[in-house]
Design a protein. Sequence first.
Length: 388
Amino acid sequence: MKSEAITTKKDIINVIEDFDPTVQSKTYNEKFKSWRKSKDNPFTFRFETNSKEKVFNDSRGFENKSLPSAERRTIIAIMHIIGIAMLMYITIDTVLGTGIIYILDFLGIDIHTSLFSSAVYGGGTEIVTTMLAISCLSLLVPIVYLHKKLKMPFKVEFMSTVNDSAEILSSIGMAMVVCTIVCLPSAYSSSTRDIYNYFRTIDTDISIWDQKEFVIYTIFEIVVLSILNEILLRGGIFGALRQFGDSFAITVTAVVSALLTRDFYEMPAAILISIVASVGMLRSGTIITAFFVRIIYKIYLFTLIIFEVDTSSNMMINRNLFMLIVFISGVAVAMSIQVLGKRKRKKVYAPYQSENPAISRFAFAMRRSLFFSIAGICLLQALIDVVL
């Protein structure tokens, strides 16, 4: 039985109509809201009620629909499929990848590995082809899985309208600054880093590679894999999470990015680069900005490695000069656009208010799903790598 009173427009709570994505075009906003209204989709946050309307329950008396409960359910559902996507990535990158190498070895292909070592050895062409295939597969499978589960239109999943091209340049400048900051510990460490540290995710012997194979791997690592990585993080994952505000989406995607590295030394860099990529995408209105940020980061890492394999006495001077130039250039680019340009900044972040405190929403995301277990696996692997 319902108890009703005179209703005004302000008494109606509708989380979809009350949410304004702001960052994109009118078309994007309409498609985003249309996707969220899909009633058969457990990953869309829908809640509408009359604050003056109460439902009488024989055993509990009058009660209201619970907005916090609806929010919790949706967050947990989304984090569950994010956890599955992460599990797919880890499984393909490690278990399945090793299995593929064993199968190829059994078939007589010149590529080999060992159960007791992550090293891969054999023919240069075979190694490059197999490693690139595994890397691409580990990203493409979770991308497709999330797209199918979320049922999100491409126009919503991938922000594509350039609202502010200057913000693309600003994000590139910030990426250059962040690259220098996050690379300082490793660049100035006493440990020796050689050329295949750039390929540390595969830990293979590259001394047998010829120039063509090296170039092919470098292009794929820097460009193709960077784009696929950003499609995974800044695509469906970000789009689904921003139902609860852009700050929530930025934070969670940064955590996911860090965990997927499964390397404590890489995690700080992954978090900062992820934040720059997300903010840049929101300010510019296009995922292309995130592509540029990730590519700049990969190019920077690769350049440092090239410097460090130089055995000449000028290596330290050349490398430090490079880092200083990049840092100053990044600051100059970002500052000139954000400060000297004196442009009127429009609102680009989607506001969000909830009865659940922000810390509670993050707790739901981190604890109450498969995601928590996958995060534990990532941290355990990172710990094992440190110990061993």
